[in-house]
Ligand binder design. Structure first.
Ligand SMILES: C[S@@+](CC[C@H](N)C(=O)[O-])C[C@H]1O[C@@H](n2cnc3c(N)ncnc32)[C@H](O)[C@@H]1O
Length: 285
């Protein structure tokens, strides 16, 4: 049956993750995985994967969480990572091959893909479920893939002010860039699932039960040096999108201001550490 929404659903996200954003995530994969590893660990601790289970990793990106999960499912289980991004999925496959992992990968959209009914025991995601144009539709589709005993665990960011690693560079740049109209807080993007009540409502509308939120606060190292941290802030994430089309002089001024701000967070070993705040969300079928 054709899905009338499928032709245009998530088109903007698909373009970004198959274009500049996805290519940058591949370029910085090693660093991003080091930065996000503690969140993946928290996710997998909550998920408590058992040998033989079938696990679906949504928005798996370059595959770090999928490869980790596959260590638990073992050869009697199955771990599939799916993602909109062809370049990131290709990189995930290369990393899985190098690690001799059983993890499998597919380039597809979590909203439209037919996963087959009752084909997974567990859905997981590390920051990969906040980008849907129609979140209720996407979670309804993913829920169909779960068995009647199925469960889901994902990680998403809490509000921006609690995430200094995003808000501090933004604050430094604000007076140097043209005013930005207030953004829709629910627009697909990293902050879309910050509000606990909204996420609970989306999941309940998609017929998930027993929705829980646990807050997780972690000091986040955004670079092993000031230069690395500056590159991270300027190249990836919300600030990079705001400055992408500005002229070089403005970018140079922003770079200088952000460097000054990040220097306040330098630690004795040279790394730059800021606060971060996320939700570990769980639900059952
Ligand atoms: C912030 S990245 C996280 C990647 C990975 N989970 C990690 O932790 O490194 C978000 C990922 O979600 C993917 N994504 C966004 N919308 C999607 C959709 N509708 N279906 C599948 N993947 C999607 C993006 O392509 C991107 O790889």
């Amino acid at each position: 049956m054709s899905n009338p929404k499928s032709a245009t659903a998530n088109a903007e996200q698909s373009e970004a993750w198959n274009g500049t954003t996805g290519i940058k995530w591949v370029r910085f994969q090693d660093r991003l995985d080091r930065m996000l590893a503690p969140f993946g660990d928290a996710l997998l601790a909550k998920a408590a994967i058992k040998s033989g289970e079938r696990v679906l990793d949504i928005g798996c990106g370059c595959g770090a969480t999928t490869i980790e999960a596959a260590k638990f499912t073992g050869s009697s289980g199955r771990t599939l990572g799916i993602d909109l991004s062809a370049p990131m999925t290709a990189h995930a496959r290369d990393l899985a091959t190098a690690a001799k992992s059983t993890a499998e990968f597919a380039v597809t959209d979590a909203f439209t893909h037919d996963f087959g009914k009752d084909s997974f025991d567990l859905l997981i995601s590390r920051f990969g479920v906040m980008f849907f144009d129609d979140p209720v539709g996407a979670f309804t589709n993913m829920r169909r893939a779960l068995t009647p005993q199925g469960r889901m665990v994902f990680i998403c960011w809490r509000p921006l002010p609690e995430n200094e690693w995003i808000s501090a560079p933004m604050r430094a740049a604000r007076s140097l860039i043209p005013p930005v109209p207030p953004a829709d807080p629910y627009a697909p993007g990293p902050g879309a699932f910050a509000e606990k009540e909204r996420v609970t409502s989306i999941l309940e509308k998609a017929d998930f039960k027993n929705v829980t939120h646990s807050a997780i606060d972690l000091p986040l190292s955004i670079g092993a040096s000031l230069d690395e941290a500056l590159e991270q802030s300027m190249e990836i994430g919300p600030l990079s999108r705001l400055i992408a089309d500005l002229d070089d002089t403005v970018k140079t001024n922003v770079r200088q201001a952000v460097r000054g701000e990040l220097a306040k967070y330098l630690t004795p070993d040279g790394s730059v550490i800021l606060s971060s705040a996320a939700w570990v969300v769980s639900a059952t079928v």
